[in-house]
Design a protein. Sequence first.
Length: 201
Amino acid sequence: MTSGFRQSGLPPPFASRTRVSLMKRFAAVTLAALSLAVPGAVEGQDYDPEAKLSEMGITLPVPQGPSRSAFDRTVRTGNLVFTSGHAPCGEWDGSGRGKVPTEASLEEAQAAARQVVICILGSLKAEIGDLSRVTRVVRVFGMVNSAPDFTAQSQVMNAASGLLNEVFGDRGRHVRSAVGMAALPVNLTVEIEMVFEVEEG
């Protein structure tokens, strides 16, 4: 009786190594396709934004009671969560007030932008329960209270984008706008709106 290896015309050890090599290549291509199709898919069990925040020493503020205004902090439709414009909140060292750079420095504006993201994540957690349900940070819209000759709005918002990338990894990459405003409510330095994609259910 002739073995399958000998029917192929290849010596058994060579055929075996060839099959193993092809299987490894197929697995590598499959993983690459998954990582392109679903950001963070290969991260698997390692994806835990709240553990990352804890590791960074960040505690998310808890929204206090229901919104008393005519609009909500967050609105979910399907698998998207939209946030209202947020200001800095919680315990931090800055004031979050003033026009850049005449009343607030670039560094102070960056700190404010970072704190706004922390506040948004607090509102998002209140909406969805667990930040590990975020499958993608979709959009960031940053408004910077700017003096007429200030043009470094992107540098201000880089602090916000950097924090999102650090917390969510590849899922934190997003589209973004960073615009200068002649004024913001109560003289805020930065106001940010965001859109998240989350798991259904």
